[in-house]
Design a protein around this ligand. Structure first.
Ligand SMILES: [Zn+2]
Length: 103
């Protein structure tokens, strides 16, 4: 048995896949088990940081970067559109953390 050396690109691809799957599971459990859902988000963020992965625009607003709550618009996150400076503001209803994106 020998170990195949993985290059950075493959590592990143695997991480991407894992993050995607974790966010999917966080989505599945956010109602029945918010604690577990939070754990998945935290793990996803850890994996993401370990390989310096950039999330897609949709993935970026799926969980809170501060308290790792899975974000459900109107339930755990407030989404506000600021037309004046063309930004969408996401405010976590649990910890108050804000993220905003231009459009
Ligand atoms: Zn939060």
């Amino acid at each position: 048995m020998h170990k195949i050396k993985k290059n950075k690109k493959i590592k990143k691809e695997i991480a991407k896949e894992r993050v995607k799957r974790l966010l999917l599971m966080a989505n599945m459990f956010h109602l029945s088990n918010p604690v577990l859902s939070k754990r998945y988000c935290r793990l996803a963020e850890k994996i993401r940081l370990s390989v310096n992965l950039r999330l897609t625009k949709d993935e970026k607003v799926q969980y809170c970067k501060k308290c790792f709550t899975y974000w459900v618009p109107g339930k755990t996150v407030k989404v506000r559109v600021n037309h004046a400076n063309r930004r969408v503001v996401y405010k976590c209803l649990l910890c108050g953390h804000e993220r905003s994106f231009g459009y």
